[in-house]
Design a protein around this ligand. Structure first.
Ligand code: PXP
Length: 253
């Protein structure tokens, strides 16, 4: 019987963040040399073993630009996972772009990165409608949720096939205090999601150290990891960073 491994989705937003720090107007510098290029890094990540590429097109376009999303769609060979807010503009964009999957996330202009999970329970109707429109277009939807029973049940009720468990509270918890409790919460949430027949991804704040604990969460399908891979890439290059993360994830599940 073949072994099953947790897949790695590499989030390339951080390359775009560095680019935008210098080239704010990159959409209009089309054709000029601007670096770093998140698309080139995505291709290198794929060659190093990434199973998919994740990119978040935020409403404020603070990192990824629409053109990046199109170039990713045209060039990557694995799967494109588009993180997006539940706005009509983003739904229209996703239906045109045709990523392999979308991950619905909350967006707050003041946050540095996605801070909390989506409040699915508060917007079941709207999210059910988006899930159905994506499904009709052959796009799989996952919902980025806190490891919370009510949110997971609400996610299942929208008929989304997948949830992405927010690992941020675990990753940011003090090791000797709340970390075990947060990990236990993630494990319980994963069991509950599995019971409801949801596919289970996880992401946010996963790094080269806490990955061992993250892999103790049962039933994981894919991890979406960005910041730690790009931080390591500054020292060792993107290929080494992706290969090392893949090696640390290569525990059969
Ligand atoms: N998954 C989701 C839904 C996210 O919003 C983010 C952050 O952009 C990630 C995964 C990746 O988080 P990190 O960059 O901390 O690895």
């Amino acid at each position: 019987m073949s072994q099953k491994y947790v897949l790695l989705g590499v989030n390339v937003d951080h390359a775009a963040t560095l680019r935008q720090a210098r080239y704010r107007d990159v959409e209009r510098t089309c054709g000029s040399f601007v670096e770093p290029d998140p698309v080139f890094l995505a291709l290198l990540a794929e060659q190093a073993g990434a199973d998919g590429i994740t990119a978040h097109l935020r409403e404020d376009r603070r990192h990824l630009q629409e053109r990046d999303a199109w170039r990713l769609r045209e060039s990557i060979q694995t799967r494109l996972n588009l993180e997006m807010a539940c706005t009509e503009a983003m739904v229209t964009f996703a239906l045109e772009l045709q990523p392999d999957s979308v991950c619905l996330v909350p967006e707050n202009r003041r946050e540095i990165s996605t801070e909390g999970g989506l409040d699915v329970a508060a917007q079941v109707r709207r999210i059910t409608e988006i899930v159905s429109r994506m499904s009709d277009a052959g796009i799989c939807t996952s919902l980025f949720v806190d490891p919370d029973t009510a949110q997971i049940e609400a996610a299942a009720s929208t008929r989304a096939p997948c949830v992405e468990l927010h690992t941020g509270a675990f990753a940011n918890a003090h090791p000797s205090r709340r970390r075990e409790a947060e990990l236990a919460r993630l494990r319980r949430a994963a069991e509950h999601a599995k019971h409801l027949d949801l596919e289970i991804n996880a992401g946010h704040g996963i790094n080269f150290v806490n990955i061992a604990d993250v892999l103790t969460i049962p039933h994981l399908h894919e991890l979406n990891i960005g910041h730690s891979i790009f931080a390591r890439a500054m020292l060792h290059g993107i290929s080494e960073a992706v290969q090392t993360m893949k090696a640390r994830m290569s525990k059969p599940c």
